[in-house]
Design a protein around this ligand. Structure first.
Ligand code: AMP
Ligand code: MG
Length: 323
């Protein structure tokens, strides 16, 4: 069985084609990049998705060496995400499903990050640290649902890094550039904000930008921003491990590419005797392949969904019939 998955929650429009053995036959990602000095404008990102969708489909079918008619199932990102972007994915998925008369399934974006991570690593039942532009969540499977043990109370860690980057003249996405600049920085104190199991990044961002305005070196702030935010993420992940008794940590999302974050989690896991794995870069960011894989898992479990978008859907609202 072959599933075509469409991802369109935010900046990326992506189509992945995956078979039921977990083989990724195609993964094409076309990312909207805002003009210099700007963040993602939902309507502009949606316009981008509309413009590139046919070309992305064509490339994906070409890469998979199949025709649209060979697809058995279509899935799309139902939420959480930016409504105008989600509608582009839903509409295109509906159009394709009607054309080839195949079933259509809406899947949860965050859970698809976990499931492609389990597919692409040897972890079975991890605590997942999902760190992307918009999302920052510590997730784990307990009593039939993926539960969120801790999350950001304001902006995602990726968004905090990008906003800092914008404030100091770095292009979007700023994460990789901050990582590079941090290598030659030294530590300065910034607010450390863990509230129970939740996190907050907006105050740290303000403090970091104020330091920049006062003339502190960009390198020092980049280093301190990473040390502070990543220590917070590691702390909450460790406490989720302790609370649940699990012994695996999966790191995913665009920010998972960061070596310093990987190192901190690796050290924490080693000290606790837990396994640690990072989702391979091509599947850690938003991609259609993760949507296709979750579509297959849900379809096999007999799950059906409505053709609707759910911009604020939460992970623990989703019934997990496949585990
Ligand atoms: P996503 O939303 O999952 O596609 O991830 C995009 C986010 O990942 C953006 O906020 C980027 O700045 C961030 N990102 C990408 N590479 C890195 C890196 N090496 N270090 C930190 N953040 C990164
Ligand atoms: Mg994502």
């Amino acid at each position: 069985m072959i599933c075509l998955g469409i991802e369109s929650t935010a900046h990326s429009f992506s189509i992945g084609i995956v078979d039921d053995s977990g083989r990724v036959l195609a993964s094409i990602i076309d990312m909207y990049r805002p003009p210099h000095g700007w963040g993602i404008h939902p309507a502009e990102a949606a316009k981008h998705h509309e413009e590139v969708k046919d070309a992305v489909l064509e490339k994906a079918l070409e890469e998979a060496k199949i025709k649209l008619e060979d697809i058995d199932l279509i899935s799309f990102s139902q939420g959480p995400g930016l409504a105008p972007c989600l509608y582009k994915g839903l509409n295109f998925a509906q159009e394709l499903a009607e054309k080839i008369k195949k079933p259509l399934l809406g899947v949860n974006h965050c859970i698809s990050h976990i499931e492609i991570g389990r597919l692409k690593t040897d972890l079975k039942d991890p605590i997942t640290l999902y760190v992307s532009g918009a999302n920052t969540q510590v997730l784990g499977f307990i009593s039939g649902k993926y539960r969120c043990f801790g999350e950001t109370q304001d902006i995602g860690i990726g968004n905090a890094l990008d906003k800092f980057g914008r404030g100091v003249g770095l292009d979007f996405p700023a994460g990789p550039k901050i990582e590079q600049m941090a290598r030659s920085g030294k530590y300065l104190e910034l607010p450390y904000v863990v509230k129970g199991m939740d996190l907050s990044f907006s105050g740290i961002l303000t403090a970091a930008l104020q330091k920049f305005e006062k003339g502190t070196s960009k390198e020092d702030i980049c280093f301190s921003l990473q040390e502070t935010c990543f220590a917070m993420l590691t702390e909450v992940t460790e406490r989720a491990l302790a609370h649940t008794g699990k012994n695996e940590v999966l790191l995913t999302g665009g920010v998972a590419a960061n070596k310093r974050l990987q190192d901190m989690l690796h050290i924490m896991c080693k000290e606790r005797g837990a396994k640690f794995a990072v989702v391979p870069k091509e599947f850690a960011g938003d991609c259609g392949a993760m949507i296709a894989w979750l579509g297959l898992l849900m379809h096999k479990a007999g799950i059906k969904t409505k053709n609707e978008v759910l911009p604020r859907q939460r992970t623990d609202e989703v019934g997990i019939g496949w585990l």
